[in-house]
Ligand binder design. Sequence first.
Ligand code: PHE
Length: 447
Amino acid sequence: MIAATVGSAVGLGAVWRFPNEVQQGGGAAFLLVYIVCLLLLGIPVMLAEFSLGRAVGSDAIGDYRHFTPRAPWWLTGTASVLATFLIMGFYMVVAGWTLEYLWQSITGALYDTGASGATPEDSSYFTSKLTENLTSVWSPIIWTVVVLAVNMLILSGGVQKGIERLSNLLMPLLFLLLVVLMCVTLTLPDASRGITFFLKPDFSAITPAVCISALGQAFFSLSLGMGILLTYSAYYPKNVGLTSTAFTVTGCALLVSLLMGLIIFPAVKSFGLDQDASGLQGTALVFVTLPEVFARMGFTRLWSTIFFALLAIAAITSTVSSSEVCIKCAQDRLGLSRSRAIWLVFAPLFILSPLCSLSLGSGASWLQIGGQNLFDFCDNFSTNYLLPLAALFTCLYVGWAAPSTLLSTQLDAHPGTKKGLWVTVLRNLLRYFCPLLIIAIFVFKLL
Ligand code: PHE
């Protein structure tokens, strides 16, 4: 159970999104706020979701209706489902890139001398590959459609359990591979500049925008506010310790993020990749930096193939679990059969995801909302606004609206014991501290 939760939480959020956010958020300053958000908000909100999910055992909307059928708390669940849907819109595209890079690693196309005569030794080789791969019209769309189809097959074939088991086996392998890559990048010339950037905070870089991004990233990489953990915990047996699970999931997400930082930033500084002006690297640092690293290692294609295969599996376990949230909701709320619910969720994604992909290319500049391309809009709006909003109301719901015995029963706590004290602390965190902190971050941004 815990392994499956870790598998669903650790995905592209820690591997792909985290380095981009650190790069844009000024390095260690972002990391610091991110860790604070994980500990002070991530763990309490996760425990709130776990307790609510296991106690009620309905879908993301039904869980919020259970204790207060007349009050509009269910809107929280609606925000979660909307956020999950928008996140899937662009996440499927990134999962498509991992498949494209996997394919190009297998065929060797990623490391071939290009038609223009450019070779992997040229400094901007992988950046131009990235631009070519991500902004061309058809190939990213085709790979996105492949990801959508694979998801539908897994979800309708009832082989989710098998995929989960596969991912439980392969996740430790991904982790080991990251450790190997870190050993390689830490020995690159100039690696120390990258480590300083990643680990030595410049406190003046902590701006409201950085706090909001760090908050969003914390929720994103723990899958909070998406209804995922809520839905998952409904299947937890009584004897699963929720607190230790929350710490394990958070610890794994943080560890993978830290490893990624220690891999990417030494490489970025060493290869001078932060000078790049294509603008795409903010979106896809991993897809440029890691091929550069693989190209310098022996057995380039083998390492590259293993890495992108593991990443694709990590991405697909996350998309399958998030699709499940929307599908379960459509089944429970609208009374649809499973196959109809799957179509109801996926048919709009077959439109949204290709549009997200197209919006990154220069030919589709009309695909913009509020000055951002559709891809970035789906990401920023859902991650930085909808997820914190859903988390805020989850805290209030579990803290105030749900019966006060909910937490103590779920966390198996009795008054006067250590667990009893923890539940009291947690209840107060959920009632006052977490909501105020989330609101404060937004007010800080408005000022
Ligand atoms: N925590 C997940 C990740 O990092 C978040 C997520 C799950 C995003 C499912 C999309 C879909 O990848």
